[in-house]
Design a protein. Structure first.
Length: 218
């Protein structure tokens, strides 16, 4: 009985809040990464391909895993099963996203291949996505290895739940922007083209008169 009580006290401290804060960072972090992709899309006029968009969707799904935990914490308590559900969803999403990013990396692995879209510090966005998905799975695994110490059931109101509300609101905004951006890219069509060259929606309604082709085709 003494050991159980001591363990509960340990989990109620800063160490016990690690998993909750990791969930908040997970939500805000993946939302920020997606914003980086949107920055390339809107600022540099680089149109994401289907594989690029699929990676974004897996990022959103991973963030929703963290959001599940954060949302449960807004009630003031989180049951151990809630941590398990949230991190399980996040791991599955990161695995799917990592495989998609690996697939796109392999498509451009040959020497001389310029890759697709822009690069950051010499690496294309899909390579960074691959790295981030792998790092996320590793981080979750490490934290869960100490889950008895890092998974408190009581979540304070300030600043924990306030930060959680901000992170979830940020994610919701990012999801809406991506839905709109995807619709503009696809237009009134069933799927994205393999190499998008414009916002097809504006071509479909007649705003763009010269067709929707890559500059290299001219």
């Amino acid at each position: 009985m003494v050991t159980e009580t001591a363990g509960a006290e340990t989990r109620s401290g800063a160490l016990g809040q690690v998993q909750y804060w990791l969930a908040v960072i997970f939500v805000a972090g993946w939302s920020g990464v997606i914003c980086g992709g949107l920055g390339f899309q809107f600022a540099h006029w680089e149109y994401p391909c289907p594989l690029c968009m699929l990676q974004r969707y897996f990022m959103m799904l991973a963030a929703l895993g963290g959001a599940y935990i954060v949302r449960k914490g807004m009630n003031g308590t989180i049951a151990p099963r809630d941590y398990a559900v949230g991190w399980g969803l996040a791991i599955v999403a990161c695995f799917g996203g990592g495989f998609t990013a690996w697939r796109q990396t392999m498509l451009h692995i040959l020497p001389g291949d310029p890759g697709y879209m822009g690069a950051v510090f010499g690496l294309h966005l899909y390579v960074w996505a691959w790295i981030l998905f792998a790092a996320a799975i590793t981080t979750i695994g490490v934290v869960l290895s100490f889950s008895y110490l890092t998974a408190t059931t009581a979540i304070p109101d300030v600043p924990h739940r306030m930060a959680g509300k901000f992170a979830i609101g940020f994610l919701a905004l990012v999801i809406v922007v991506n839905i709109v951006a995807t619709f503009l890219l696809e237009g009134f069509h069933a799927k994205l083209p393999d190499d998008p060259a414009c916002y097809q929606f504006f071509h479909d309604i007649g705003v763009l008169k010269d067709g929707c082709v890559l500059p290299a085709a001219h």
